[in-house]
Design a protein around this ligand. Sequence first.
Ligand code: SF4
Length: 239
Amino acid sequence: MALNKVVQEDMKGLVDGLHFGQKVERSLRLIREAYEEFGDRLVVANSLGKDSVAVWHLAKQVSADIRGFIVTTRFKPKETVKFMHETVAEYPELRVFSSDEPVEDRLYETAPDRCCDILKVQPIRRAIEEMNVACWMTGLRCTEGRTRTDFQEVEERDEGLMKLNPILIWHEREVWQYLALHQVRVNPLYIEGYRSLGCEPCTRITTDSDERAGRWLGTSKCGGECGIHTRPLKGDFQI
Ligand code: SF4
């Protein structure tokens, strides 16, 4: 079945309606179908967080040839930068994109949306163009927080660019279950108590039940999105 013909189901019903093994099988099937349809133009967006690392591992079970990209910024924690270098050394098919554009001091406090646009959204847009991506794959999950409840497993937010969210219906604990069972290495920052990782100035450890509550804490963007899942990624684009 062509990926864009996948019947949209009740995602919330599936979150608790399927068990772990069924979810893993479903994720692998979605990736397999996407790979059959898009081949080399199916690319993983690997943020180096636990969810992306799980998706990367799933994709590699479908084909060792599946490529990926990482978007990094000058504000990533040193642990994440080290983890990135180690990951790229292991998987040279992962390309790294970033922006050298100057940003005002503390723009992440005064205008975090603009900061994310420059440092995250623009490089992702470049990755999609330069890698000739027809379908990108993410680790987005609908149980992560208030901003992530309405996504679908297969989406076409930008015309001509499919998006696959193969672990959309996984719980946080199921991601850890998968990573533990497959002994997948993760960013050591999780040991300290972080549940969602981003740039250093915009990421905190919290005890909030919302998994993304520590992102952009104290700003208008608290618990929100950097924009890669909400902003246009193809076509004419002004920030
Ligand atoms: S997460 Fe923070 S520092 Fe990183 S790009 Fe966004 S606003 Fe800037």
